[in-house]
Design a protein around this ligand. Structure first.
Ligand code: DAK
Length: 258
């Protein structure tokens, strides 16, 4: 276990903010950093004060990918048995919305981490890429799958096969980021978005996230049936009665998360 925390957690209003904290190595995603990140995410997911989560790096780098030094000596068996994939996959079980606030480099596993989040707010200086081809490998933490589902086959091919990198503005054009903000304001913008979501009906937010994610994994018919079941389920919540009553009586709703 490392002495220096490789991630730092703060609470801002109803938002849990996690800062990747290994600037000397460009926030390279070592197994220990990833373990601390996933532990922090799970702690915020269980924290009742928190309605949404933001993950950020610093103004120069979000994360430059897996730790190439550590990976350079690994065998196929090390990679298979090392638990790295399982670590990375823990983000998928987090129920609260996660926003990646990206400034500077988001490369390789760093870009894959951003794409595993639910939304991305980018600083004007953000740069996104999958440079693994330069190392003689391909993305291994979802890059070929999540990128292709978002930007389509042709651009994904160029990014994975020829290290094409995207500026923040290009990423916005291709639907990869929700918002581009000035580099001195991107984190505030991400926190603002997260706070706005945190103030909404918590169960509807949770099921909305689940339903949108299901769209990426199912046929349209299965997805529509799944959505409908979640929709019906929300009529068993106090927040549904409250939301509709508040609308009809022209008053702000008071969500209970029940
Ligand atoms: N790993 C280790 N150290 C890194 C690093 C990385 N990914 N990226 C940067 N560094 C270190 C550099 O070695 C350098 O260290 P010192 O020389 O100061 O000791 C320091 O950070 C600064 O880097 P530069 O001197 O290169 O700085 P520049 O500003 O010139 O360039 C850069 C910054 C981020 C553009 C450049 O460093 C760079 O291109 N870095 C490598 C990016 C990269 O190739 N990333 C992809 C790595 S492969 C999986 C899950 C995930 C993955 C795979 C499998 N499973 C679940 C199975 C992920 C794989 C990857 O991400």
């Amino acid at each position: 276990m490392s002495e220096t925390p490789l991630v730092l957690t703060e609470i801002h209003g109803q938002v849990g903010l996690i800062r990747l904290n290994n600037p000397k190595a460009y926030n390279a995603l070592s197994p220990e950093l990833l373990r601390q990140l996933m532990d922090a995410l799970e702690a915020l997911d269980a924290d009742e004060r928190v309605g949404a989560i933001v993950i950020t790096g610093n103004e120069k780098v979000f994360a430059a990918g897996a730790d190439i030094k550590a990976m350079s000596q690994a065998s196929a068996v090390d990679m298979l048995m090392g638990g790295y994939v399982d670590l990375f996959d823990r983000i998928r079980a987090v129920r609260k919305p996660i926003i990646a606030a990206v400034a500077g480099w988001a490369l390789g596993g760093g870009f894959e981490l951003a794409m595993a989040c639910d939304m991305i707010v980018a600083a004007e200086n953000a740069r996104f890429g999958q440079p693994e081809i330069n190392l003689g490998v391909i993305p291994g933490a979802g890059g070929t799958q999540r990128l292709t589902r978002t930007v389509g086959k042709y651009l994904a091919m160029e990014m994975v096969l020829n290290d094409r990198r995207l500026t923040a503005e290009e990423a916005a054009r291709f639907g990869l980021v929700n918002k581009v903000a000035p580099t001195d304001a991107y984190l505030d913008e991400a926190l603002k978005l997260a706070q706005a979501i945190a103030e909404r009906a918590p169960i509807a937010v949770r099921l909305g996230k689940e339903a949108v994610n299901y769209a990426l994994e199912s046929t349209l018919t299965a997805g529509l049936a799944y959505e409908r079941r979640l929709f019906y389920l929300l009529f068993a919540t106090e927040d549904q009665s409250e939301g509709m009553d508040a609308f009809l009586n022209k008053r702000p709703p008071e969500w209970k998360g029940r």
